[in-house]
Write a protein that binds this ligand. Structure first.
Ligand code: SF4
Length: 429
C-alpha cells in the first residue's frame, strides 16, 4: 500500500489531540442497503439484487418509495425458510434468479449482488457467486458483490462497499497520462457537471468521476491518479484506490462556499494551478454562493444545533453551520470518525464543539433534551418522537438525497436547515 498523502496545516499531534468521546450502546441508524436508493440512479445501467429477507425488501421499497418505476433497477431475492434452514441449494437458486433477471432485462450491464444480515448469518458466499455468474454472463454483464448488511455498519457504508467493489475492476491508467483527477463519491449529475466545468476552466484535466454514470465508462486508475473524496464515508474505497497506487488529495468536503473553495483549491494546487487563476475562475461562483448563504443567515445565526450520528457527514455539516451560518454547535455525533479523512474538517471546527463517535442513543437523547437545542439533525427514527416533544428536526438522510455540494447548491444546503426552524416558528405563532 502506498503512503497516505502528507498532512498539511496542523501537525499530526495537534490533530490527534482533538478530543473525541467514544460511545457504545444501542444505535438508531439505517443499514447499508439504503445506498441503493441513490446509487441505482447514479449508475444508469446497473442493477442491484439484494440477497435478503422480506424485511430487506420492505426497507428498500419504503426508502425508495417516493419513486415508482415500471422497471425498477433493484430487487430482492428473498431467502425463504428452507434457504435459511439449509435445505435448498442456494447457489443453484441464486444462479436461476440471476439468469431469469438478465434474460428479461438485456439493458443491465452491471449487476451487484448485495449481501444483507440474513445472507451473512447463513454465510452465503456472494463473491464466489458473483465470480461464477460473471464467467457465465461475460462479456455482456459484469457481476460484482458487496455487503449492505446492517450489522455494525451505518447506511452510508453501503456506498463505500459498492465503490470499493468496483475499484479492482477499474482499468489501469495509460502510461502516457502524467496526472489525472478522480472525484470519488456519488454526486447528483447536476453537481458533477458543475464541478467538471470548473475543473475544465481551471485547466485540471483529465477529470473522471466514481461512480460513473454508465457501466462501460470505468475510470482508469494508477500511480498517476490523484483522487479527491466528495463524500466523507469512503474509507474502504480510498484504501482500495491507494492499493492501486492512487494518491489522496487531502481537503475538507465541498459543502458551503468555504468548503467548496477549499476542496477545489486542494485539487488545483495538486495540479499546479496558480492562486491568481484559481481566484479568477472561482470568485464569481463563490460570490453567488455567499450571497445565497446571506439570505438564510438571519434565520440560522446564533441558533443551537445538535447533530445525532447517522451519515458520517456530521463533522463537515457542523463546520459549515458554525463557520458560514454562525450557528452554535451543541454536539457533533458521528457513527465513525476517520481521523485522516476528517483532519481538514477537524481543523476548522469550533474548538469547544464536542465530538461523539458511536452512539448510545438513550444517553444522547438525554443530553439533547437537557441542552434543548433549536434544531436537531437526526435519522427518521428519532425525528418523529423529537418533533412530538417540541424539537425542530432535520432528517439527515435528506442530505444524501439532495444535491448539496458545490457553490450553486450552498443556498439550498442552508435552506434545508432553515426550513424546519421556520416551520416550527410558524407553528408556535
Ligand atoms: Fe434489516 Fe439487515 Fe436487511 Fe438491513 S440488511 S434491512 S438491517 S435485515
Amino acid at each position: 500500500m502506498n503512503a497516505l498523502a502528507p498532512l498539511s496545516g496542523l501537525a499530526n499531534g495537534a490533530r490527534d489531540a482533538v478530543p473525541v468521546i467514544q460511545e457504545r450502546g444501542q444505535r438508531e441508524v439505517f443499514c447499508g442497503l439504503t445506498g441503493i436508493v441513490w446509487l441505482h440512479r447514479k449508475i444508469q445501467d446497473a442493477f442491484f439484487l439484494v440477497v435478503g429477507s422480506r424485511t430487506c425488501a420492505h426497507l428498500i421499497q419504503s426508502a425508495a418509495g417516493v419513486m415508482i418505476f415500471a422497471e425498477p433497477r433493484f430487487a430482492t431475492a428473498i431467502l425463504e425458510d428452507r434457504d435459511l434452514a439449509g435445505v435448498a441449494d442456494i447457489d443453484d437458486e441464486l444462479d436461476a434468479v440471476v439468469d431469469r433477471l438478465l434474460a428479461r432485462r438485456p439493458e443491465i450491464k452491471l449487476l451487484f449482488l448485495v449481501g444483507s444480515c440474513p445472507s451473512e448469518v447463513i454465510k452465503i458466499d456472494l463473491s464466489r457467486a458473483a465470480a461464477r455468474q460473471s464467467r457465465q454472463h461475460a462479456p455482456r454483464v459484469r457481476i460484482l458483490s458487496y455487503s449492505g448488511s446492517g450489522i455494525e455498519t451505518t447506511f452510508t457504508q453501503g456506498e463505500d462497499a459498492c465503490l470499493a467493489a468496483l475499484v479492482p475492476t477499474l482499468p489501469p491508467e495509460p502510461e502516457n497520462v502524467s496526472q489525472s483527477l478522480l472525484v470519488v463519491g456519488a454526486l447528483a449529475d447536476i453537481v458533477e457537471d458543475q464541478f467538471a466545468r470548473l475543473f475544465d476552466v481551471l485547466g485540471v484535466a483529465p477529470v473522471r468521476f466514481l461512480p460513473m454514470r454508465r457501466a462501460a465508462d470505468l475510470p482508469p486508475v494508477g500511480p498517476s491518479t490523484s483522487f479527491l473524496l466528495a463524500q466523507p464515508f469512503l474509507a474502504d474505497t480510498a484504501h482500495a484506490l491507494q492499493e492501486r497506487g492512487a494518491r489522496w488529495i487531502e481537503a475538507p468536503f465541498p459543502l458551503g462556499a468555504e468548503g467548496t473553495t477549499l476542496w477545489l483549491r486542494a485539487a488545483a494546487k495538486a495540479f499546479g494551478v496558480s492562486e491568481a487563476r484559481f481566484d479568477a475562475v472561482t470568485s464569481p461562483a463563490r460570490a453567488r454562493a455567499e450571497q445565497a448563504l446571506a439570505h438564510y443567515r438571519d434565520a440560522l445565526a446564533g441558533k443551537r444545533v445538535f447533530l445525532f450520528p447517522d451519515s458520517q457527514l456530521e463533522p463537515a455539516l457542523a463546520r459549515f453551520l458554525a463557520r458560514e451560518m454562525a450557528m452554535r454547535i451543541v454536539e457533533i455525533g458521528t457513527p465513525y470518525l476517520h481521523r485522516r479523512h476528517m483532519a481538514a474538517e477537524l481543523d476548522l471546527l469550533p474548538k469547544d464543539a464536542p465530538i461523539v463517535e458511536g452512539q448510545h442513543v438513550e444517553k444522547q437523547l438525554d443530553r439533547c433534551r437537557a441542552a434543548h437545542p433549536d434544531l436537531v439533525v437526526c435519522g427518521l427514527g428519532l425525528a418523529n418522537p423529537l418533533e412530538a416533544e417540541g424539537f425542530a428536526t432535520k432528517w439527515s438522510i435528506e442530505l444524501l438525497f439532495s444535491p448539496i455540494q458545490g457553490y450553486d447548491q450552498a443556498g439550498d444546503l442552508a435552506e434545508l436547515f432553515a426550513r424546519p426552524l421556520n416551520r416550527r416558528a410558524r407553528l408556535e405563532v
